[in-house]
Design a protein around this ligand. Structure first.
Ligand SMILES: [Zn+2]
Length: 94
């Protein structure tokens, strides 16, 4: 699906609809010292076998997530298309 590079969206800081620039969102690496991460490491040790339920069916695609930056004040927020799809491309429509 082709997504325009610039959209008009609501900005909380400006309290108005302004022009926003879109960027693909990429999740960072998990924090090694987070509580859940430490728990996982602890549970994997020893002979306790399977400790976590493994789902048989996994979703094939993810909902495309972007980061929208306001051109007026520079505030950022997420912009999610609420539909699963394989591929998205940012293209300028002029
Ligand atoms: Zn703004």
């Amino acid at each position: 699906m082709n997504v325009p590079k610039e959209i008009k969206d609501y900005c909380v800081k400006c309290n108005a609809h302004t022009q926003h620039k879109l960027k693909h969102f990429k999740p960072g690496s998990p924090r090694a010292l987070a509580e859940g991460q430490r728990k996982n490491v602890r549970k994997k040790k020893g002979y306790k076998g399977k400790y976590q339920f493994t789902a048989t069916i996994k979703k094939q695609n993810k909902k495309p997530t972007f980061i929208a930056e306001c051109s007026d004040c520079g505030a950022k927020h997420y912009f999610v298309i609420p539909k699963r799809m394989k591929k998205t491309e940012l293209k300028d429509t002029s």
